[in-house]
Design a protein around this ligand. Structure first.
Ligand code: PSV
Ligand code: MN
Ligand code: MN
Length: 386
C-alpha cells in the first residue's frame, strides 16, 4: 500500500529548475517567430522564471547560460533573483557560438583555441562563486564531420586535459555536469556522444564530476531509463536536462511527446533513490510557437505528474511479482500507477501549499502576460543566443 502522505511530502520537496533561455525568443534555423513581451535582459528572464515558481511552487531556481546572460555584476544578479523570490541555479557554459570554435573548442587542434575555451569554462566557475551556484553544466558541440578530419583519440586526450583543469578549479561544494549528445552540430563524430563517454571522463575526474542526461540527446529507440538506472547505481547521475523529442534534439515540452517514457525515467529515479538534491532536475527547452511562461508552467506540471505516478508504484507488490516471476503481474503494478489520474492529488497538494490548484489558469488570470507585453517595449528582445 502506498502512503499518500509520504507521496505528497516528496512532491512538495521536489525542485525543478527552469532555463533562462526558455523565456527568450527561439526558433529553428528556418525562422524565429518573435513574441511580444519577451525579456530583454537577464533580469527580466529571472522575473519570468520567478513567475513560474509563483504558480507552481516547485521551480525556485533558474539556470543561466553564459554569455547569453552576461552581466557586469553577478552578485547583484543573484540579489535580483532573491528579491524576485528565487535563486540562480546551474551555470551553463557556451563554447559553441564563436567563429574560433569551427573545428572544436576544448578539443580543437589549435592549442590557442583550446586555451580560449578553457578560459571561458574557468570564468564560468568564477561566476558560480559570485552567484552561489553549485553546478557547472558543460556541453561541447565538438566533433568532426568527415572521417580522417582529426585524430579522434587525441581529441579525447584534449578533452580530458580541459576537464581536469576545470575540475581542479571547482570549490568543495561545486560540481561539474558533463552533458552528452549523439550528434549535431557535428555529424560524423561527437567528442562526448553518449553516456559511456561522459561516464568514463567523470569517473577519472572524481566525485565532483557527474553526468547530465538530456532526454533529447539519444538515438531514437534508446532506453533512457536504463541509462538512468545504471548511472544512479554508480552514483554518477548528476542532472537531467528535460525536454521531449519526436525526431532529433527537438527541445519540446517535457512529457509532451512521450509521457510514458518520462514516467519510466521517473520510476527508475524513485527506485534508485534519485529524488534528492544530488540529482538536479532541469528543463532545457525552447518554446518556438507557444507562449513561453505557460509553456514552462505546463512542463513543470508534466514532471510533477510523472513523478507522482512513479511515487504511486506499489513497490512491495512490484517486488513480490518480480521475485515470483509474475511477468504480467509486475507489468500491471507499473501500469496501474501510470494509469492513475494524479491531477486531483497534485491540485490538493497545491492548495495545501497555499497555491492555486490550477497553475495554468491562475497564471492566465494574473494579467502578467498582458503586463509584460505593455511594459517591455523598446530595447532588444532576448533571443536564443542573446
Ligand atoms: C545542446 O543541444 C544543449 O542541450 C545544451 O544543454 C546547451 O547548453 C543547450 O542545448 C542550449 O540550448
Ligand atoms: Mn541540454
Ligand atoms: Mn540539446
Amino acid at each position: 500500500m502506498t502512503d499518500i502522505g509520504a507521496v505528497k511530502e516528496t512532491l512538495r520537496a521536489q525542485r525543478i529548475e527552469t532555463p533562462s533561455w526558455a523565456y527568450g525568443n527561439s526558433g529553428t534555423r528556418f525562422k524565429v517567430f518573435a513574441q511580444q513581451g519577451v525579456p530583454r535582459t537577464p533580469q527580466e528572464k529571472i522575473d519570468d522564471a520567478a513567475t513560474v515558481h509563483r504558480y507552481t511552487g516547485v521551480a525556485p531556481t533558474v539556470a543561466l547560460h553564459i554569455p547569453w546572460d552576461r552581466v557586469d555584476d553577478y552578485a547583484a544578479l543573484a540579489d535580483h533573483a532573491r528579491n524576485a523570490g528565487i535563486t540562480l541555479g546551474a551555470i551553463n557554459s557556451n563554447v559553441f557560438q564563436d567563429d574560433d570554435y569551427m573545428l572544436g573548442s576544448v578539443t580543437n587542434p589549435d592549442p590557442a583555441v583550446r586555451k580560449k575555451a578553457l578560459n571561458h569554462l574557468l570564468e564560468c566557475v568564477d561566476i558560480m562563486d559570485a552567484t552561489g551556484s553549485r553546478d557547472l553544466k558543460l556541453w561541447f558541440s565538438d566533433g568532426t564531420n568527415y572521417p580522417g578530419q582529426d585524430d579522434v583519440r587525441e581529441r579525447q586526450d584534449r578533452l580530458a586535459e580541459a576537464l581536469s583543469a576545470v575540475y581542479d578549479r571547482l570549490g568543495d561544494d561545486q560540481r561539474l555536469l558533463l552533458e552528452y549528445k549523439l550528434f549535431e552540430p557535428a555529424f560524423y563524430t561527437t567528442d562526448v556522444p553518449d553516456w559511456g563517454t561522459a561516464y568514463a571522463h567523470c569517473l577519472r575526474l572524481g566525485p565532483k564530476a557527474v553526468v547530465c542526461v538530456d532526454t533529447g540527446h539519444h538515438a531514437p529507440g534508446t532506453n533512457i531509463e536504463f541509462i538512468v538506472a545504471v548511472l544512479l547505481r554508480e552514483g554518477k547521475l548528476g542532472a537531467f536536462d528535460f525536454n521531449s523529442r519526436f525526431y532529433a534534439d527537438d527541445d519540446l515540452m517535457v512529457g509532451a511527446a512521450d509521457p510514458f517514457q518520462l514516467f519510466r525515467i521517473m520510476h527508475e529515479v524513485v527506485r534508485g533513490g534519485g529524488l534528492g538534491p544530488q540529482v538536479a532536475f532541469m528543463l532545457d527547452q525552447c518554446h518556438n510557437i507557444e507562449p513561453k511562461i505557460p509553456g514552462q508552467i505546463r512542463s513543470v506540471m508534466n514532471v510533477q505528474e510523472a513523478t507522482a505516478k512513479a511515487l504511486l508504484v506499489d513497490a512491495d507488490a512490484l517486488r513480490a511479482a518480480q521475485r515470483s516471476g509474475d511477468v504480467l503481474g509486475a507489468n500491471a503494478v507499473l501500469m496501474d500507477a501510470y494509469n492513475t489520474d494524479v491531477r486531483p492529488l497534485l491540485a490538493e497538494l497545491r492548495e495545501e501549499m497555499g497555491l492555486d490548484p490550477d497553475p495554468m489558469a491562475a497564471y492566465r488570470r494574473s494579467g502578467y502576460a498582458e503586463r509584460i507585453v505593455a511594459e517591455r517595449v523598446g530595447g532588444t528582445a532576448a533571443g536564443w543566443g542573446a
